[in-house]
Design a protein around this ligand. Structure first.
Ligand code: MRU
Length: 342
């Protein structure tokens, strides 16, 4: 992946993206020419990570606009609403997906013709993607000052450029600290069951030549107890006033960090905030039981084992030291924190 390559982009009526299910074995760019293909790519995690899903939502509406065969504006808008609903339903927890869809639909409503609506959809979706890159650059600059030369930083899942349009959130902050000349080593949790940590985070950091050590998720507590972790930084899929939603296992790390007095940071753009929701309102996505019973073709549990497979968990804000956004560093319950929800 080159420094300039975006994870997701619009290319003459198609969405191009990297198939993240194949990494690190194969780097393959795929195309989505229909909303159906896009929805499959989202459900199967070919495209994943909250900010990348925000861009996918926006581009998805552009794709629906591009492929609609409606002959009146009214029919066209009805097509867009139906396709938008399909996109929104693919993954319920990451708020960025719905946010991206809603933003493009709202812009398209201003159009006076189908042609104009298509142009608006593409330009609004492109604006979402461009802004994501800019916002991640800003939040990375704000966050890097929290890290010191010599820090060993634990992260969970993948909040890097693969999870965004570019740069990354948690990994963007780490990259910015390294660019400032600080020596940072990363400890990446493998992130079972789909291994976004071992497959994607370790791959990304190795590409950038940032020192990274892969650990099993269950080794985090032992390492914190030994004093081997200075800070934790993760991304987020949704932030409510009372909780941060992120990949399953994040809550466990936050409890361990609190117990061992390790600062616990969350890096996310403001598009990840849910200004009105509370933890109790949020649907946690439950995924296919076979993700736990099998690894590709290899059976690792009885075929009929009962399974509970939540994709995300909620970390109460009491366990969070600070949240880093493009606007700066916000400490829970501070004025800047409250402003994020007003
Ligand atoms: O199921 P995934 O891989 O989409 O989950 C992604 C995460 O939990 C990331 O940590 C989160 O989206 C932040 S990405 C900057």
């Amino acid at each position: 992946m080159s420094e300039t390559m975006r994870t997701i982009s619009w290319d003459c009526g198609r969405i191009t993206t990297i198939d993240q299910t194949l990494l690190p074995v194969e780097y393959r760019v795929i195309e989505c020419k229909t909303v159906h293909t896009l929805c499959e790519a989202i459900v199967s995690l070919r495209i994943r990570g909250a900010p990348a899903l925000g861009a996918a939502g926006g581009y998805g509406v552009a794709l629906a606009a591009h492929t609609s065969t409606a002959s009146t504006l009214q029919e066209f808008m009805r097509d867009l609403e139906i396709e938008s609903d399909r996109i929104r339903r693919t993954r319920p927890t990451a708020i960025n997906l719905t946010w991206g869809v809603d933003r493009v639909i709202a812009a398209v409503r201003r159009a006076g013709s189908i042609d104009e609506a298509r142009k608006i959809a593409i330009s609004e979706a492109t604006a979402i993607a461009d802004e994501d890159v800019e916002r991640n650059a800003q939040l990375s600059r704000h966050g890097e000052s929290l890290f010191e030369d010599g820090d060993t930083v634990l992260t969970h899942c993948n909040a890097g450029r693969l999870a965004c349009v570019d740069i990354g959130t948690a990994l963007g902050v780490i990259r910015a600290a390294v660019e400032e000349g600080k020596e940072i080593s990363v400890v990446s949790c493998e992130t079972r069951p789909l291994n976004q940590g071992s497959r994607l985070t370790v791959w990304e950091l190795m590409q950038d030549k940032i020192p990274v050590t892969l650990i099993p998720d269950s080794a985090a507590g032992m390492m914190m107890r030994k004093g081997s972790i200075d800070k934790v930084i993760v991304g987020a899929d949704r932030i409510t006033r009372d909780a941060v939603f992120n990949k399953i296992g994040t809550y466990t790390h936050s409890v361990l960090a609190k117990e061992h007095k390790v600062p616990f940071y969350v890096a996310a753009p403001i598009s990840t905030f849910d200004p009105t929701g509370l933890e109790r309102d949020v649907t946690i996505e439950e995924r296919d039981p076979d993700e736990l019973r099998r690894i590709h073709d290899v059976t690792i549990a009885p075929a009929d084992a009962a399974v509970y497979n939540p994709a995300f968990d909620a970390t109460p804000v009491d366990n969070v030291t600070a949240v880093i956004t493009e606007d700066g560093v916000a400490y829970p319950e501070s004025k800047s924190w409250n402003d994020l929800f007003s």
